[in-house]
Design a protein around this ligand. Structure first.
Ligand SMILES: [Zn+2]
Length: 295
């Protein structure tokens, strides 16, 4: 984590970052979470929402409560149910009486192999927001924007009053999202990027990890281009005889921290499954080959 050494990490403190928006950083830094999970408190008056409460770490929950102060928590909103995002929803609900609202549950029990150990199996929403549904409090309205891909249950929340969007792990400025099959789906992920790109009203993204994104559509366009480039790289790898994910990753991610290679391998697999759906490649067990365009 040397790259993080010089970055300011204001753990357990509420910071004002925009009109209606305060941020509280959880102390869970890692190669996957950057400086940690950022919980957002939305609203400046008597009612607030808490977005991505984060890990159930008592210090973090305490800091969120301090940021909330005397206000009433109207909703605890989760973008998705990875363990660094939703576990603090349960203790916050107990402490504030607020309902858990937002993404659907995806648990080990309910979904078998689609969920894995990275998911929070205890997440129980009181209300699931479908695409376009909104909740509101004094001075703010949050609209759910369904963005499956990173996980099948991922939603972003758009703050109508300012054009800010809380993008969870769907779009982050510091890193591309991990898309890990079977729950992660590259076809869905690319469609969800396109969906954000078409939202011309959005002014800034507040991701769950890393700094705010000030030119959101420009970043999303770049990300779509980056994924298309990865796709072409994968097709070239197959052509060059690197037919398994294990053979492709060291070639494609030479400059990347090796601790991230397993996750990179999951993204390569996600691309291959997308290419397979588009009938550009086919698999023989772990080995992949190109399909001629006229097949
Ligand atoms: Zn995640």
């Amino acid at each position: 984590m040397d790259a993080l050494k010089d970055i300011e990490k204001p753990y357990a403190e509420a910071e004002r970052i925009a009109p209606l928006v305060r941020r509280v950083l959880a102390r869970n830094p890692s190669p996957f979470t950057f400086t940690g999970t950022q919980t957002y408190v939305v609203g400046d008056a008597d009612e607030v929402a808490v977005i991505d409460p984060g890990p159930a770490d008592p210090e973090h929950v305490e800091a969120i409560l301090e940021a909330v102060g005397e206000a009433r928590v109207v909703a605890i909103c989760c973008t998705h149910t990875h363990r660094d995002h939703s576990p603090a929803a349960a203790p916050l609900k107990v402490l504030t009486g607020a309902p858990i609202v937002g993404c659907a549950a995806l648990t080990l029990e309910d979904d078998g192999p689609r969920a894995d150990a990275a998911f929070d199996p205890d997440y129980r929403p009181d209300r699931v927001l479908t695409d376009g549904e909104a909740i509101s409090g004094t001075g703010w309205t949050l609209e759910a924007v369904a963005t499956p891909g990173h996980t099948s249950n991922h939603v972003c929340f758009a703050l109508r009053e300012t054009g800010a969007v809380f993008t969870g792990d769907h779009v982050m400025g510091w890193s591309t999202s991990v898309v890990s099959p079977p729950d992660g789906d590259m076809t869905d992920y690319l469609a969800s990027l396109q969906k954000l790109y078409e939202r011309e009203q959005d002014t800034v993204y507040f991701p769950a990890h890393g700094p705010a994104v000030e030119k959101p559509r420009q970043l999303v366009r770049g990300m779509i281009g980056h994924r298309r480039q990865r796709e072409r790289q994968i097709l070239k790898q197959i052509e060059a005889g690197h037919r398994t994910v294990a053979a492709m990753v060291p070639q494609m991610y030479r400059s990347v921290d090796q601790r991230l290679w397993p996750a990179a391998g999951r993204s390569v697999l996600a691309h291959l499954l997308d290419l397979q759906r588009r009938r550009l490649v086919t698999d023989h067990g772990d080995e992949w080959s190109l399909l001629a365009p006229d097949n």
